[in-house]
Design a protein around this ligand. Sequence first.
Ligand SMILES: Cc1cc2nc3c(=O)[nH]c(=O)nc-3n(C[C@H](O)[C@H](O)[C@H](O)COP(=O)(O)OP(=O)(O)OC[C@H]3O[C@@H](n4cnc5c(N)ncnc54)[C@H](O)[C@@H]3O)c2cc1C
Length: 243
Amino acid sequence: MEGKLKFIAKNVVASDIWQLHFVKPSGFSHRAGQFIELNLPNSKADDRGTKRWFTISSAPDDSDIIITTRHVATKPSTFKQDIFDFESGDEIDFKGPDGKFVAPARDAKLLWIAGGIGVTPFISQLQSFLSDSDLSRDIKLILGLRSLEEHPCMQLIRTAEQEMVNFSSNIVLSDVIPSGWSGKSGLIDLKLISDISPDYKERQIFVSGPEPMVDALKSRLLETGLDESMFHGDWFPGYSEKY
Ligand SMILES: Cc1cc2nc3c(=O)[nH]c(=O)nc-3n(C[C@H](O)[C@H](O)[C@H](O)COP(=O)(O)OP(=O)(O)OC[C@H]3O[C@@H](n4cnc5c(N)ncnc54)[C@H](O)[C@@H]3O)c2cc1C
């Protein structure tokens, strides 16, 4: 499908992390984990161009289309400057939805690994499982963040841990470690994955985040003999390895 999305409003959800709400066009439907292409053809774009791709972080049954994205104060792209200047009623060209980073059959055991804002496909899928009362899925989530202040979905993960009996999550902090932090720290690597999920080779592994992170983890996992069909990646361009 292609056409125009009408902007409604934005709200901040964590440090530098925002949700942008758009009116869902009639006839639009998506699967949790899919993305859309947004295009600002009339803007005076920098060398990164006029198009970006964003996971739809809202659930399929949500009345709005919501994207969740980082807006950095220093040197944002012209695309981000323009879209963050949007006012209610402004429109943007879109294409989609598209993508195969979606949940497999219910009985598959999953390992979700996200770097920073790469958690967006899992936000959509968790909301979808909760609203569909699909509560028995076996999922381990490893979420790498620079700091807890940048956590885009703390409350959702708490709710999922309470309501989904086989869901667990681990936050891994890379930069700002609060005193008394009892969780993991550093960057997500193979040792950390096997510590948290010793059975990782029995799980369908979904990795989402900055391109260098997804590429590095894919190589390391395949070197361990993981069957390539068990690996699914969602590569976000334009972010550094540290999420
Ligand atoms: C399938 C898919 C799904 C995606 N889903 C999401 C999503 O849900 N949320 C999301 O935020 N993003 C998502 N992305 C990434 C998104 O499309 C943008 O690439 C990303 O948000 C960066 O935006 P930006 O380029 O406007 O840079 P900005 O966000 O403005 O800047 C990001 C960082 O890049 C640096 N930077 C600036 N110029 C360059 C350059 N030329 N090369 C490298 N780095 C530079 C900036 O200094 C800044 O630190 C997705 C991408 C794909 C392909």
